[in-house]
Ligand binder design. Structure first.
Ligand code: ZN
Length: 144
């Protein structure tokens, strides 16, 4: 089995950076649209979202806005293949994140606004036996 990978373009990375910086120290969030090809999640579009919570420790996306984006994705033959959010702390999933990651087992990108580091994790059933079922995914940055 190939290792799961997420592929982002430089411009998409910059969009995520900007999204995180604008809201800092509040958490920011975004949806990543694209396609999964075998073990690679290819990102085609980054859609910054509003964090309804205006919080430094959690984020919630508006349900109507979410619905619209899922509809748009379907119409444009894409899927929601990733969820991005920022932390004014370390780039690792919180307990709350882990709960939602299990419900939504797609890649979760977390950017730390204190170290500027970004990491990607996914909840995986195949990692049963590991402590929490969360595994890290390799990020590959490609030129636009
Ligand atoms: Zn979080």
């Amino acid at each position: 089995m190939n290792k799961l990978t997420i592929e982002l373009r430089v411009s998409q990375l910059l969009t995520l950076d900007k999204t995180a910086t604008m809201k800092n120290p509040q958490e920011s969030c975004a949806l990543l649209l694209g396609r999964k090809k075998e073990s690679v999640y290819e990102i085609e579009e980054v859609i910054p979202m509003i964090n309804q919570d205006s919080s430094e420790v959690r984020f919630t996306m508006d349900e109507n806005e979410l619905l619209k984006i899922y509809e748009y994705a379907e119409l444009s033959n894409k899927s929601v293949v990733g969820i991005f959010h920022s932390h004014p702390s370390k780039p690792f999933p919180s307990d709350t994140d882990m709960t939602f990651m299990e419900i939504n087992p797609i890649p979760w990108l977390i950017k730390s606004t204190i170290t500027d580091e970004m990491r990607c994790f996914i909840f995986s059933d195949s990692s049963k036996g590991k402590t929490d079922g969360i595994e890290e995914i390799m990020m590959v940055i490609v030129k636009d």
